[in-house]
Design a protein. Structure first.
Length: 352
C-alpha cells in the first residue's frame, strides 16, 4: 500500500506543478496516471508542438516543458504509479481516502487532487469501411514519433489546428505531405493557414480541398487512398505510406465520473472562490478537468489552481499549524532529501 499526503490523479503539467507547490509546503505527493509516462496530453498527443503562453518562455516545446517540470519537482521526490488507471475511491474516515487502480494498487492520502486534464481520449474515426484493418499498419490517429515519417509519403486529413500544425511540421521531414480537408475553409489559427498556403506555393505540401477520403486500400499494409471532391465528385487515387486522420479526440472522464462528484458537461464542478474543492471535502479538481464560471482551459490557469489547492490542502492536513507564505527568492527550495537550493542573499549598498 502507498501512503502519501496528497494523491494526484493525472501526471500532466498541472499535476506535476502541484507536486512543486506541495513540496514548498513540505507535503509529500504521489501521482497516478493511466499513461506509461508523465506528461499527459503534452507527451502523448503533441510532444513536438511549440507552446507560446507559458510565462517566461517566448516559445517552449511541449515535451521540453514536461522535462523542465520533472526537473523542477525532483528535489521533492514524488512517487509515481504509471500505466494504471484510478478506478475506485473510498472514504476511510474524515481524514483519509483510499484509491485503488485497475491493477489493484492501493493508495491512501489525506487529500486527493484530480488533475486528469480532459480525461482519457478516443480519436474520432472517419466512417470508412475496413478502417480497423489498417490501424497501426499505416493508419495512425495521432503523431507520437515524427521521425518515423522521414522520407515517407504522408496524407493528413482534417481542418483544425492539429492537421495544420502537423502538416507544417512534417513538411520538413516527410518525402511528401498531402493535406485533405472536406471544406475550403480551415478552422485552425490564421497564421497556420497562411503557412500551409505558403508551403503549398513552394511545392512542399499538396492541398486537396474540398475533398474527403472515401476508401482505404492495401493488403497487410496501407497502400493507397481514394479521394472524392465534394464539389465535382471527381475521384482520384493517392499512393501513400501513412494516413493520419486528425478529426479531434473525444474526452471521457472514465471511472472518475462514478465517484459521486458533481459533473457538468463532462467536467468536475469546483468552488473557484477559494480552493477548487469539489462537492466532496478533501477532493479537489484542478486544470482542464474542472469547470466553474469563467473557466479557461489553459496550462497557466492550471498552475494557479494547483497553487491555491496546495495551500488549502496544507490547512486540511495540518489544521493546527499556521502556514506563512515564503517567497522562493528568499527561502530557496528545501527538498525531502534534505537538499537545499538557497536563494542568493540580497546585496544592500549604503551611501555614505
Amino acid at each position: 500500500m502507498i501512503q502519501t499526503d496528497i494523491l494526484i490523479i493525472g501526471a500532466g503539467p498541472t499535476g506535476l506543478f502541484a507536486v512543486f507547490e506541495a513540496g514548498l509546503l513540505k507535503l509529500k505527493c504521489h501521482i497516478i496516471d493511466a499513461l506509461p509516462q508523465a506528461g499527459g496530453q503534452l507527451s502523448e498527443l503533441y510532444p513536438k508542438k511549440p507552446i507560446y503562453d507559458i510565462p517566461g518562455y517566448p516559445e517552449v516545446g511541449a515535451q521540453e516543458l514536461v522535462d523542465n517540470l520533472m526537473e523542477q519537482i525532483k528535489p521533492f521526490q514524488p512517487g509515481f504509479t504509471l500505466g494504471e488507471r484510478a478506478e475506485k475511491i473510498t472514504k476511510i474516515d474524515d481524514k483519509l481516502f483510499e484509491v485503488v487502480t485497475d491493477k489493484g494498487t492501493v493508495h491512501r492520502a489525506a487529500v486527493v487532487a484530480i488533475a486528469g486534464g480532459l480525461g482519457s481520449f478516443e480519436p474520432r474515426k472517419p466512417q470508412l469501411p475496413n478502417i480497423e484493418q489498417f490501424e497501426d499498419k499505416g493508419l495512425l490517429y495521432m503523431v507520437k514519433n515524427p521521425a518515423q515519417f522521414k522520407d515517407k509519403r504522408v496524407v493528413i486529413a482534417g481542418g483544425g489546428d492539429s492537421a495544420l500544425d502537423w502538416s507544417i511540421y512534417l513538411s520538413d521531414i516527410a518525402a511528401e505531405v498531402v493535406l485533405v480537408h472536406r471544406r475550403n475553409e480551415f478552422r485552425g489559427a490564421l497564421d497556420s493557414v497562411e503557412k500551409v498556403q505558403d508551403l503549398k506555393s513552394a511545392g512542399k505540401i499538396k492541398l486537396y480541398t474540398p475533398y474527403e477520403v472515401t476508401k482505404i486500400e492495401g493488403d497487410i499494409q496501407l497502400k493507397s487512398l481514394r479521394l472524392k471532391s465534394n464539389q465535382t465528385e471527381t475521384e482520384l487515387d493517392l499512393e501513400t505510406d501513412f494516413f493520419i486522420p486528425l478529426f479531434g479526440l473525444t474526452p471521457k472522464l472514465g471511472p472518475i465520473a462514478n465517484w459521486g462528484l458533481e459533473i457538468e458537461k463532462n467536467a468536475i464542478k469546483v468552488d473557484n472562490t477559494l480552493d477548487y474543492q469539489t462537492n466532496i471535502p478533501g477532493i479537489y479538481a484542478i486544470g482542464d478537468v474542472n469547470t466553474y464560471p469563467g473557466k479557461l482551459k489553459l496550462i497557466l490557469c492550471g498552475f494557479h489552481e494547483a497553487t491555491l489547492m496546495c495551500q488549502s490542502a496544507f490547512a486540511r492536513i495540518h489544521p493546527d499549524k499556521r502556514n506563512v507564505l515564503k517567497y522562493t527568492t528568499v527561502g530557496g527550495i528545501n527538498g525531502f532529501d534534505g537538499s537545499v537550493k538557497q536563494a542568493p542573499k540580497a546585496v544592500v549598498k549604503t551611501i555614505d
